[in-house]
Design a protein around this ligand. Sequence first.
Ligand code: NAP
Length: 243
Amino acid sequence: MSKVAIVTGASKGIGAAIALQLAQEGYHLVINYNGNQQRAEAVKVLCEKFQTAIVVQANVAKSEEAKRLCDTAMETFGQIDVLVNNAGITKDNLILRMSESDFDDVLSTNLKGTFLMCKSVSKIMMKQRSGSIINISSVVGISGNAGQANYAASKAGIIGLTKSLAKEFASRNIRVNVVAPGFIQSDMTDKLDQEVIASLRAQIPMKRLGDPKDVANTVSFLVSEQSSYLTGQVICVDGGMVM
Ligand code: NAP
């Protein structure tokens, strides 16, 4: 039996690239999305060129939906070897203009969603005595960013959560690591003004935006046997932006 991977927020962008990469490497895929069924189904078609794939709608910020996502993966494939917590949103504003609900929404999806998914798969992976969890943070979780207090707090929280779980799970042969992308071309960054994009590009030593594939390649390494002695680490994929 091939290994099984769940990728949250895999209907587009970085999540879609990770799902496709893992399918190419022989993983059966559980492609999660929240609102964009059409794009999730298109990712499924691409993944199915290589392996079996299913699409599951679930809002990872809701405990019953996160649990249903894991239950569906188990009912379909009977095991979960890899979980990539990629689902994420932004609701940017300076703190004086940031509403409490914009803070709560970003923390709920990005941080609580990651917690709920880790909790749901942990029982299964502990029983299997194997597994690999990758949590997608961001370089702004390390450096902070004006106008992204909610997002940076959620992404910094993911790093603390990951390191704690790495310590809890290490003896069970479950590794937990963070990938912290820098500035990657996707719908999330397409929302920014051209001026902001130009000034961000200027801050990147490699002078270019990353591609979702750059993140997918790092995830691929972190779930592979080649990184079998690596846990609790934060790998920045950012063209040298944060060192
Ligand atoms: P994106 O293109 O906006 O895609 C976000 C994905 O998350 C979509 O598939 C979306 O699904 C899903 N999603 C959102 N809320 C969800 C929820 N409550 N439950 C389940 N799925 C949900 O974003 P991206 O740029 O690929 O970013 C992917 C991850 O990388 C995020 O965690 C982001 O914070 C992180 N990141 C991105 C960058 C960057 O420069 N792009 C940099 C650092 C970190 P639907 O469309 O179906 O709703």
